[in-house]
Ligand binder design. Structure first.
Ligand code: ZN
Length: 114
């Protein structure tokens, strides 16, 4: 058994990997091993989103974590809101009518001297 973590041939193979080459903050070319996109793990850049039609379709379904902003849900919310406004107006109208009736009732009681 040898104590070497990697065989010399493996080290040579790793060192032969293409380099990133991105311009570092020190002004030098980055020497880290490049990924398939040509840049290292630190200079790979952010994801630009799905590229293939399949990936886009998958993304569209997978990013929907809840249905709170789906077209169906928005339509339902509008319906609920308009029903609420209608009910609120009915309650307000009924309350106004009730106040009028109570005022008339009080007037009548006063006239009758009670
Ligand atoms: Zn790099």
């Amino acid at each position: 058994m040898d104590d070497e973590p990697h065989a010399p041939s493996q080290i040579r193979f790793a060192q032969a990997a293409p380099r990133c080459g991105a311009c570092t903050r020190q002004g030098f070319a980055c020497q880290s091993p490049a990924m398939p996109n040509g840049r290292c793990r630190m200079h790979g850049g952010g994801s630009r989103g799905p590229i293939t039609a399949e990936g886009l379709a998958r993304s569209k379904t997978s990013t929907r974590t809840h249905g709170r902003r789906s077209a169906e849900s928005i339509a339902l919310k509008r319906q609920m809101r308009s029903a609420f406004v209608q009910l609120r107006d009915m309650v307000r109208a009924t309350n106004a009518e009730l106040r009028e009736t109570e005022a008339l009732h009080r007037q009548m009681l006063r006239r009758l001297g009670r």
